[in-house]
Design a protein. Structure first.
Lengths: 217, 236
């Protein structure tokens, strides 16, 4: 339910003609909700632009897959290329937006998503390149971890994936804009109050006063 | 000039302690038969250079070399798909050298293109700063990484002619860049064709980079193998 809400909310960020790279999990699910009449060019870092849904059994191409090595199809007009070209797109500033998950984000726009010392060891993959190079960075995640702790921190405690790059945070509770001076609450999820968001957010919300009298929608 | 040889002959080019680049991407578009041959030959103490680990869950493709404990060092950007490899890294049986994915690819490109280093802003402000030298260019800070080369690159392509010209069928992944950066380059292909059958504009990797050609599964066999894997792992 919350996942669906986040995926649908991400989809509102898609604008016609955008080149977008979606991270695994909820960001990838948002492709199911691209608004009608909006053309979005999806890029996958292993070397594809303008890919589509899964193929039918018996019709896959073993060399056409997404970054998770899962089968995909290429849409008419789509292109495949090598990984050096792919990262020229990513690092070179040619991708309009990336949407990624995170373990933590902070009010300075820094993001931690690749490592938990002593617990999670996977490597950063393409995340650092994407966060550095894409023109707009949207983080999509649950507002709190499974213990109920805020994932939006004053300062990330885990090793960073990138410093000061996040433009927007979409959670199951709210949407934030990350400006140079800090965090602004932009929207509340249905049924969520501003005081609830304030309580669940460790970071300072600069405009929380303006939300105090907003009624639940 | 490229020479077609058997898998058994090709695998002899790889020795204990060799550094081996393996093309593909997290199990997709990898040279399946050559990886099997390396596993069967039990060549050990390998440094494997690959953009990620093997297919999700481990034990498949490069994951076979992990299960056999043939690897002592893994140069990559991501190992999250192979729990067996992670365990060996944690137990210090395998040394891990990480770089961000784009940097990893450029390091190989630099190694193959005669460049002295890769200079990139990616990783600034993170612990990647400790993996590289910091330099200033035009007042801006960058990280300087050394090039990567290997003794042998084992890559994957769809078709090959006797001159070693390669055509890719889908995503060429890391194979084109790895083809430039090893002393010996072995390509595993779905099919062999005559000279001229691959139009010059469709040649993804020119034969100048290729030393040995090995016949792999046919395209249809490979599709069956991957579809079985994808269905078994609920991806198709």
């Amino acid at each position: 339910m919350s996942r669906d809400y986040i995926a649908k909310r991400i989809a509102k960020e898609f604008k016609n003609g955008m080149y977008v790279n979606l991270g695994i999990g909820i960001p990838t699910e948002s492709a199911n909700y691209i608004p009608e009449g909006t053309q979005v060019f999806l890029q996958t870092e292993n070397g594809g632009l303008m890919f589509g849904p899964k193929p039918k059994r018996g019709e896959s191409n073993p060399d056409i897959a997404n970054a998770g090595a899962e089968p995909i199809t290429m849409l008419p007009g789509g292109a495949v290329f090598d990984v050096a070209t792919s990262f020229a797109m990513i690092r070179g500033g040619h991708i309009d937006m990336t949407v990624v998950g995170a373990l933590e984000v902070d009010e300075l726009g820094s993001i931690a998503s690749w490592k938990i010392p002593g617990k999670l060891l996977t490597g950063m993959g393409g995340a650092m390149d994407l966060l550095y190079g894409c023109k707009r960075v949207v983080v999509a995640m649950m507002h709190t971890d499974k213990h109920g702790n805020s994932k939006i921190r004053k300062k990330c405690t885990l090793p960073l994936t990138a410093a000061g790059v996040v433009d927007m945070i979409i959670t199951d509770k709210a949407v934030f804009r990350v400006a140079e001076e800090g965090l602004y609450l932009e929207e509340l999820a249905p049924g969520v109050t501003a005081s609830e968001v304030e309580q669940l957010t460790e970071a300072t919300i600069l405009n929380i006063m303006q939300w105090e009298h907003v009624l639940i929608t | 000039m490229a020479v077609q040889i058997t898998r058994e002959e090709a695998v002899k080019k790889i020795r204990n302690k060799s550094s081996v680049m393996i093309g593909g991407f997290l199990g997709a578009a990898v040279p399946l038969k050559m990886i099997d041959a390396i596993a069967t030959a039990r060549i050990k103490d390998l440094t494997v250079i690959s953009i990620g680990a093997g297919y999700r869950g481990g034990g498949v493709d490069i994951g076979k070399l992990v299960l056999n404990k043939q690897i002592i060092k893994y140069v990559t950007s991501h190992v999250g798909t192979d729990p067996n490899l992670i365990k060996q890294i944690v137990n210090e049986e395998v040394q891990l050298e990480l770089s961000p994915m784009g940097t990893f690819v450029e390091r190989i490109r630099a190694g193959g293109a005669g460049l002295g280093a890769v200079v990139t802003p990616v990783g600034m402000g993170t612990e990647v700063e400790d993996m590289a030298e910091k330099i200033i260019v035009d007042g801006k800070p960058y990280l300087l990484f050394k090039p990567i080369r290997a003794d042998v690159a084992v890559i994957k392509a769809h078709r090959c002619d006797p001159l070693g010209n390669l055509q890719y069928k889908g995503m060429s992944n890391t194979s084109p860049v790895m083809a430039t950066a090893a002393d010996i380059v072995i390509v595993e292909v779905d099919e062999m064709v005559d000279v001229g059958e691959i139009a010059c504009e469709n040649i993804g990797t020119p034969g100048i980079f290729v030393d040995y050609i090995v016949k792999g599964h046919s395209y249809e066999e490979r599709r069956t193998i991957y579809e079985e894997l994808w269905i078994a792992t609920n991806k198709l």
